[in-house]
Design a protein around this ligand. Structure first.
Ligand code: NZQ
Ligand code: ZN
Length: 387
């Protein structure tokens, strides 16, 4: 195991009915809030009314900022920054899925910064401070509710880049599984893909072979997410499956599974971000296209880990190590097919002739993240396996 610091300051308030505490949680950080939310779901489900009632009850004045789109964009984020500054809000309350939470993080940082908020995404400025952020999660997938990262697309340059910094950890995140009952089956499936991807990126790319605790944590959590996703596709308001999905997806990207594994990388996310930047495909749907291809590519280089994963997660015990390694990729693709997530570029309506342009776009993020082995040619090789 490698040395590490694990310091996650986000307070989690988990349980059915906890949404009523949104106002009180926000009031801890000020009297005036910017309430950030998405397109339609919050009002349609009645969650908006429940949140605003609790804000009123707690004596918190709020300014609405709705309209965050899935795969949030820079221009809307900049509008949010302007509004937060103009209204001089004390705190941001984000209610929605990962897109809403991510845009809210950028607004929280931008509100206390004189320059353009995009500076944080291109490493021109560091996030030294941010307005306090409270979140109410309505779609369990990204882990944004308990980490300090966020992703926004600059629609002019087609760069889907990330902002990062300790001040962006939500102060409190309310995880009320009942709020996710209304998530439709396609987004439920994509959520399963995304949460699994967060676990396996570190698992497959770290070089330390003596991390049995982290390995078992990942394998076990992947199995829980698989099971919960399948149950939810049969019955979307299954309380236990929604609760398990919510907590598992939070733990999948809050720093716990990677604590002690040493350096690791996120190549699937690097490539996927180009798909969602260029084609506005949902993040989880882009990942279900990329992951099996990347797993096959990587299993040819490091079959041992993939063979172990095939054995422990998909109960595959026969064949050579190399065969079992490749089986892990096939089994993952089959599972994605079973839950209705796209498994190749055509199912994602992405033209195969665009592969060179996608690879060109992805190299921008590969360079930003220091993934030197992922040259344009390597990315093309992986993308061709997605065809
Ligand atoms: O906009 P509304 O109308 O609210 O609808 C949303 C959206 O259309 C809907 N939805 C949310 N809660 C609902 C609901 N529909 C019915 N009932 C509810 N309770 O779901 C749709 C998708 O929402 P979105 O927030 O886009 O999905 P998700 O949570 O998967 O977030 C995806 C974004 O997060 C980023 C992705 O790149 C993508 O931009 N990620 C953020 C990460 C982070 N901050 O740590 C890590 C991830 O790897 C990921 O990159
Ligand atoms: Zn992700």
């Amino acid at each position: 195991m490698q040395p590490f610091v694990f310091h996650n300051p986000t307070k989690i308030d988990f349980g059915a009915g906890k949404v009523v505490k949104a106002g009180k949680a926000t009031a801890e950080f000020g009297k005036k809030a910017l309430l950030v939310y998405g397109q339609n779901s919050l009002k349609k489900t009645g969650i908006f009314d429940r949140i605003t009632a609790s804000l009123k009850e707690a004596g918190v004045e709020y300014v609405e900022f709705g309209g965050v789109k899935s795969n949030p964009v820079l221009s809307h984020t900049q509008e949010g920054v302007e509004l937060a500054k103009k209204e001089n809000v004390d705190v941001i309350l984000a209610a929605g899925g990962g897109s809403v939470l991510d845009e809210a993080k950028a607004i929280a940082a931008g509100a206390l910064y004189d320059g353009d908020v995009w500076d944080f995404f291109i490493d021109k400025a560091k996030v030294e401070q941010a307005l306090p952020l409270v979140t109410v999660l309505t779609l369990a997938a990204t882990g944004s509710e308990m980490n300090c990262g966020g992703v926004v697309t600059n629609e002019k340059t087609q760069q889907k880049f990330n902002i990062f910094g300790a001040p962006l950890y939500p102060r409190t995140s309310i995880l009320d599984p009942e709020l996710t009952y209304s998530v439709p089956s396609d987004y439920t499936a994509y959520a399963g893909v995304d949460a699994i991807s967060h676990l396996i990126e570190g698992y497959f790319t770290s070089t330390d072979t003596e991390t049995p605790l982290q390995d078992r944590f990942v394998e076990g959590t992947v199995k829980v997410i698989k099971g919960a996703t399948e149950r939810l596709l049969r019955r979307g308001d299954d309380p236990d499956a929604r609760a398990n999905m919510m907590w598992a997806s939070t733990l999948a990207l809050n720093g716990l599974s990677t604590a002690g594994i040493g350096s690791y990388s996120m190549p699937n996310h690097m490539i996927e971000h180009s798909l969602s930047a260029m084609y506005d495909i949902h993040h989880g749907a882009g990942l279900s296209i990329v992951i099996p291809a990347w797993m096959a590519y990587q299993a040819e280089r490091d079959p041992q880990k993939f063979a172990r994963f095939a054995n422990r997660v998909f109960r595959c015990s026969g064949g050579s190590t190399a065969e079992r390694g490749l089986y892990a990729s096939d089994a993952m693709r089959e599972w994605f097919r079973k839950i209705g997530a796209p498994i190749d570029l055509s199912e994602g309506d992405i033209p195969a002739e665009d592969i060179p342009a996608i690879a060109e776009n992805a190299t921008m993020l590969a360079q930003k993240w220091g993934l030197e082995e992922y040259t344009k040619d390597v990315i093309i090789d992986i993308l061709k396996r997605c065809d």
